[in-house]
Design a binder for this molecule. Structure first.
Ligand code: HEC
Length: 116
């Protein structure tokens, strides 16, 4: 019984998240993000958990946070840093699930400065 309820809830969440994008063409052409982005909205996760140190654009550097605009790490390496933490960067493994971590790692790839 409980399992069914959880499954339904999760399904509802996924549907709710997925239906956000198509109708409102907010912002300018952010097409690059879409290709790699999994079901979770990495931008949302980033704004909730990461801007305190990295800032909205990744370059704030509070508490010695790395400037994500110049980070050369691959998405996989970022997943590792986010999951396990590194020095002053906290581990997010208890706060975020795997999909959220992958999504936010993918989002940080889009912060890179490449002639906006
Ligand atoms: C408590 C402040 C803090 C928060 C919150 C935080 N970070 Fe960090 N982050 C850091 C610091 C400090 C470093 C540099 C770690 C080091 O010196 O080894 C870092 C490094 C990183 C790196 C490695 C960059 C590189 O090229 O080496 C990535 C990727 C990263 N953070 C992503 C994130 C993401 C995504 C989030 C949100 C889920 C996040 N961080 C939240 C402080 C933070």
């Amino acid at each position: 019984m409980k399992h069914l309820l959880v499954t339904v809830l999760v399904a509802a969440l996924v549907v709710a998240c997925g239906s956000e994008s198509p109708d409102q063409s907010s912002g300018n052409s952010a097409t690059a993000e879409k290709a790699a982005a999994p079901a979770v909205d990495g931008e949302k996760v980033y704004k909730q958990y990461c801007i305190a140190c990295h800032g909205l654009y990744g370059d704030m550097g509070a508490s010695g946070a790395f400037n994500l605009q110049v980070s050369a790490l691959t998405a996989d390496e970022r997943v590792k840093v986010i999951t396990e933490g590194r020095n002053a960067m906290v581990s997010f493994k208890t706060l975020l699930n795997e999909d959220q971590i992958k999504a936010v790692a993918a989002y940080t790839m889009t912060l890179k400065k490449e002639g906006e």
